[in-house]
Design a protein around this ligand. Structure first.
Ligand SMILES: *Cc1c(COP(=O)(O)O)cnc(C)c1O
Length: 363
C-alpha cells in the first residue's frame, strides 16, 4: 500500500535538527550549541519543582496558568489577561500559523530568521516567503516589498537567532505602520532579556498602544534556564489570544513547568545575574575571536555568529577540531551560513576552554 497522504505542505518540511549534546568517547562535553543558559535555572525554581513533584502529580495542571500569568504580569507590569502560556514558545509559533494561515496564504520571514518559521508555515499548508537581509539584519523595506494580497503573517525574531542582530524600536514601528492592518506581526523576542540597548523594545509598546495585530512571544528556555521544562508565553491583544486559546491543548503547560516558571519569573536577581554574565562575555569573546582573524556579527543574544575567512572548509575543520576537544558548537549550514559557526556563551571556564581550543586551531 502507498503511505497515507498527509495534509498539504507537510512533506515540504525539513525536520528540525537540534544541537548535539554528546560526542562519542566523551563522558562530559562543553555544549555551546543550543543557546541554553550557563547559569542554569533559579535555585528557587528547582525547589518549587521538587515540592510540586512531591505533592500532586496525579492532578491536572491549571489550564489557565493563572499563577504564572500573574507572576509574569507583575514583573513586566502588563495585564495577565493579555498573556498566554504554552509548552515552549515554539508551540505558540505553530498555534499562530494554525490560527491565521492556511492553504494558499503567504507568511513572510527573513533570510536568516529562526529556522522554526518555515516549519510552522509548511505545517499549515501556507507558503513561506523568505526575504533578503542586509548585512545579516532584517530589512523592513524588504519585508514590506514582499507583501502580497495573500500575506497573512510576518514572523520576525528580534533579536534574531542565529545572527544575534536586532531592529530598533522605531524600525519595528515603521514595519507595523507599513503592513496592512489585516496582517499579523509576530515578534519573537526569545532573547529580549539579554538586550542592553535603549532603542530596543520587544514589541510591548505596540501591544500597550492597543494594536490588534501584534503579538510578542517570549520564552523561559533561554535566560531563565528552563529549556528542559518547556514554557513559553506571549503578550498580545485579547482578540488574538482568544484564537490561540481555542486551538491550544487544554493542559499545554505541565504542572511542574508552571511552578518552575513562576518561581523563575519571581527570581529576577537570578535573571539579572545571567544577563550580567552574558554582557561580560559577548564582547569579550567577540573581541578575542576577532583577534584570531575571525569576523563576529555584533550580537544582542547569548550567542555569537562567527564567520571564517576561508569559508565552509575552515568552519567545518574548526567544528571537527572543537569536537576532538569535547566542545560542541552549532554549524549553521541549514541557514545557508556554512562558513560560520554559532557559539553559545557558556560559563567562565567553558568560554576559556573554547577560546584556548580555537586559538590552538590557528596556532
Ligand atoms: C530558542 C528560540 C525560541 C524558543 O523556543 P522554545 O520553544 O521557547 O524553547 C524561540 N525563538 C527563537 C528565535 C529561538 O532562538
Amino acid at each position: 500500500m502507498p503511505p497515507i497522504k498527509p495534509r498539504n505542505g507537510i512533506l515540504n518540511i525539513t525536520p528540525y535538527k537540534a544541537g548535539d549534546a554528546k560526542i562519542e568517547g566523551f563522558d562530559k562535553v562543553i555544549k555551546l550549541a543550543s543557546n541554553e543558559s550557563p547559569m542554569g535555572p533559579s535555585p528557587l525554581a528547582v525547589k518549587a519543582v521538587i515540592k510540586a513533584a512531591n505533592d500532586g502529580m496525579q492532578l491536572y495542571p491549571d489550564p489557565s496558568c493563572g499563577a504564572l500569568r500573574q507572576a509574569i504580569g507583575e514583573v513586566h507590569d502588563i495585564d495577565p489577561e493579555q498573556i498566554i502560556c504554552s509548552g515552549g514558545s515554539e508551540e505558540l509559533l505553530h498555534l499562530l500559523a494554525k490560527g491565521y494561515a492556511s492553504d494558499g496564504d503567504e507568511v513572510i520571514y527573513c533570510q536568516y530568521g529562526f529556522i522554526a518559521y518555515p516549519i510552522t508555515i509548511h505545517a499549515v499548508g501556507a507558503t513561506p516567503v523568505m526575504v533578503q537581509e542586509d548585512n545579516y539584519t532584517a530589512s523592513v523595506d524588504a519585508v514590506l516589498a514582499a507583501v502580497t494580497d495573500r500575506t497573512k503573517i510576518v514572523n520576525l525574531a528580534n533579536p534574531n537567532n542565529p545572527t544575534g542582530t536586532y531592529l530598533v524600536e522605531s524600525e519595528i514601528k515603521r514595519l507595523r505602520d507599513g503592513l496592512r492592518d489585516d496582517i499579523l506581526l509576530v515578534l519573537d523576542a526569545a532573547y529580549a532579556e539579554y538586550v542592553d540597548k535603549q532603542d530596543y523594545d520587544a514589541g510591548f509598546n505596540l501591544v500597550n498602544n492597543g494594536m490588534e495585530n501584534v503579538i510578542v512571544t517570549r520564552t523561559f528556555s533561554k535566560i531563565y534556564g528552563l529549556a528542559g521544562v518547556r514554557v513559553g508565553w506571549a503578550y498580545g491583544p485579547k482578540s488574538v489570544l482568544d484564537i490561540l486559546h481555542r486551538i491550544r491543548g487544554t493542559f499545554n503547560v505541565t504542572a511542574l513547568a508552571q511552578v518552575a516558571a513562576t518561581a523563575a519569573m519571581r527570581d529576577q536577581d537570578h535573571m539579572l545575574k545571567a544577563k550580567a554574565h552574558n554582557l561580560k562575555w559577548v564582547p569579550k569573546l567577540s573581541q578575542a575571536l576577532e583577534e584570531l582573524g575571525l569576523t563576529v556579527t555584533p550580537s544582542q543574544g547569548n550567542f555569537i555568529l562567527v564567520h571564517f575567512p576561508d569559508g565552509p572548509e575552515q568552519s567545518v575543520a574548526m567544528d571537527k577540531f572543537l569536537r576532538s576537544k569535547g566542545i560542541i558548537v552549532r554549524p549553521v549550514g541549514n541557514y545557508d551560513l556554512a562558513g560560520a559557526l554559532r557559539i553559545t556563551i557558556g560559563t567562565d571556564s567553558e568560554n576559556e576552554a573554547l577560546l584556548a581550543a580555537m586559538s590552538a586551531f590557528f596556532a
